[in-house]
Every structure is written in C-alpha cells, then in structure tokens.
Design a protein around this ligand. Structure first.
Ligand SMILES: [Zn+2]
Length: 241
C-alpha cells in the first residue's frame, strides 16, 4: 500500500498541466482574485463532487460540505462560510443541495447508530419528526428520499433565516437562496423550487415547495401500491415502472 499517495500527486501534476494547456495563464489569473457567483452547501458524500456536477472550474464555485448538507444556526463553520461568501465575495446564489440515498439521512430516518455523528444527525431527525405523519404514510422505499428533500427545504429555510442573509436582503443586496436535490442514480440535479430572493418570500416559497414534495411522493406512493398489488401479466412481467 502506498503511504505517500504518489498516485494522487501524479494525477494532480497531470491535471494542472492539462488545465494550463487548455487555458494558458489559468492559475496565475486565479491568483489575482476569486469571484464565484455561487455558494454550494452540499453533503460530504464522495459521490457528489460539487464543481463537476455543474461543470464549474476552480474560482467559480464557493463550497461548504458536511454530512447531510445541514445549516445549523449555531454552526460557526457554516455561518462563517456564508458570511464570507455574501459579504466579501458577493455571491448571487446560495444553493443547498441534498442527494438521493444519503447515508446520513438514511441513518437518521432509521435510527441507525453510528457514533458521535448521531448527534449531528439529530438535526435531520428533528426534520423527520416535524413531518412524522407524512413520512409514516409513505412506503418504506420512499421514506429516505422524501426525508432528503424535506431536509433540503428545511436547511434552505435556515439559510434564509441567518443574520447574514437577512441583513444582506435588508440592505438591498441581491442574494437568491435555492434548494436542489441530486440523483445518485442518474447524475441529474432537480430544483425543489424553494427559491427565495427576500425575507418576505421565504414563508410562501417553503410552503409551496413543501406542497410540491408531498404531492410528488404521494404520486410515487400510489405507483408503488399499484405495482405491489397488480397481478402478474401473462408473461410474468409486472408494471415496468
Ligand atoms: Zn449524503
């Protein structure tokens, strides 16, 4: 086993050379300043590489990641990232991005114990408990991804409620908060449409997005029930989807 991780340094040298060849002066220009338009708040999951998913280069995306893409009101790390992004970098968009089959959300949903992280995931369980009735009505196969989306809505609303964002809105600075979800199975991002551009929009944006999530999962629930109760056809195949 390599202890000095030479393979990563080799890949790094190749990447830097390729980047410089494609765009001469790329790195020296980045030295002058970074001016990203977007702050990405995503999950730490290794399968969700922020820049790659949206095709953005170094310098174009400011990134904060933690387990289950949380914005906890007392998390000085995340709050500092938001403050620097909004006040210094003047990003135009803050995007909270969850992803399907999130291990952290799954553990929270199922009360799986993993150690210290359980305390962090307690925030996701608070989201779960707030929507207990809705989640309990869903087929087990739908519950984790439904909670992933509910969690995105909750965290996006938390972003809107930070002093940094409310102060920015109050002084007329343009900042748009978004909530998206990424499909591990297909590589596609979907907009959950909790888009807010001012403090007065947050409540309605949250309610509208929440209604859409519930509507979509109730449709999927109906489909799951239809699939599980439908008799097999003559060739033995059940409904294709
Ligand atoms: Zn995750």
């Amino acid at each position: 086993m390599s202890t000095d991780l030479q393979e990563l340094f080799q890949s790094n040298r190749a990447w830097a050379a390729k980047t410089e060849a494609r765009e001469p002066g790329f790195f020296t220009r980045l030295l002058q300043q970074q001016s990203p338009q977007y702050l990405w708040i995503g999950c730490a999951d290794s399968r969700v590489p922020a820049n790659d998913l949206v095709g953005l280069l170094p310098g174009e995306l400011f990134v904060h990641r933690n387990v289950a893409n949380l914005l906890v009101h007392s998390d000085l790390n995340a709050l500092s990232v938001i403050q620097y992004a909004v006040d210094a970098l003047k990003v135009s968009h803050i995007i909270v991005v969850g992803h399907s089959n999130c291990g952290g959300v799954r553990a929270a949903m199922m009360n799986q114990r993993a150690g210290l992280v359980d305390n962090w995931l307690r925030h996701v369980q608070d989201v779960r408990d707030a929507h207990e009735g809705f989640l309990a009505g869903l087929h087990e196969s739908l519950q984790v991804n439904a909670l992933v989306e509910l969690n995105v809505l909750e965290q996006a609303r938390n972003v809107c409620r930070t002093t940094v964002v409310t102060d920015a809105w109050q002084r007329g600075q343009s900042v748009v908060v978004h909530g998206w979800v990424y499909g591990l199975h297909n590589g596609l991002l979907e907009d959950l449409r909790i888009t807010a551009t001012s403090a007065t929009e947050v409540g309605l944006a949250y309610d509208t997005a929440l209604a859409l999530v519930k509507q979509r999962y109730r449709q999927q629930q109906a489909q799951v029930l239809a699939d599980t109760t439908a008799p097999a056809t003559q060739n033995g195949a059940l409904n294709a989807d």
